[in-house]
Write a protein that binds this ligand. Sequence first.
Ligand SMILES: [Zn+2]
Length: 241
Amino acid sequence: MTERLSATDAYLAECGATVTGVTEAGVVLDRTVFYPRGGGQPGDTGLLRWDGGEATVADTVTVRGTGEVLHVLADGATAPPVGTVVRAEIDWERRHRLMRTHTALHALSGVIFTGHGAKVTGGNMDDDGAARMDFELDAMSQELAREVEATLNARLAEDRSVHVRFLPRDEALADPDLIRTKVSLLPPSVDPIRVIDIEGIDKQADGGTHVKATGEVGHVMVVKTESKGKAFKRMRIQLEE
Ligand SMILES: [Zn+2]
């Protein structure tokens, strides 16, 4: 199974690896810094380089069933054969923006829950610093959006630490903060459970990549609010740069 280096160190931009599988769909490595699409975060893009060749990675996904990480090559790229030693390099600028965006979404979720008691029902992010989050909230207004934006930026500016922890399943299921994020819905085989804890702001089970402290996110704008129905409100955010 592919060793996912991003799970323990989101700041690794490249690594050495060996090709363990090649299909029409892409390349599998024994280890990788590439994050496979999931939890609302897009898959990484970048480059595989080896002696005598290179190939652009257009997307990264998890292979259903096996859990391997598949590096999807750009159209026309030639895959390195099985056994080739490669350098795997992600597009770091793009990934770091996604880490900032992802961390902003956690903080937003914490601010809305703490201030308004509303749970998150979904979320998604783009690689240009835009993201959306859905809440079980009855009412949404411009005033609320401005208030949430101000609180969100104040909390981010406190530069809270973002911890990555691997909790035994029993311990995670007993944590009240994690219960509200429906940690019990994770398949029983998931043990330990990876938990992202932003000190005093938000805690949830999560496989994505995040920055190490909230100050790194920078300023975030709430650019749009939408009502998608009763107790279903959407907020769109954008990193300022
Ligand atoms: Zn996350």
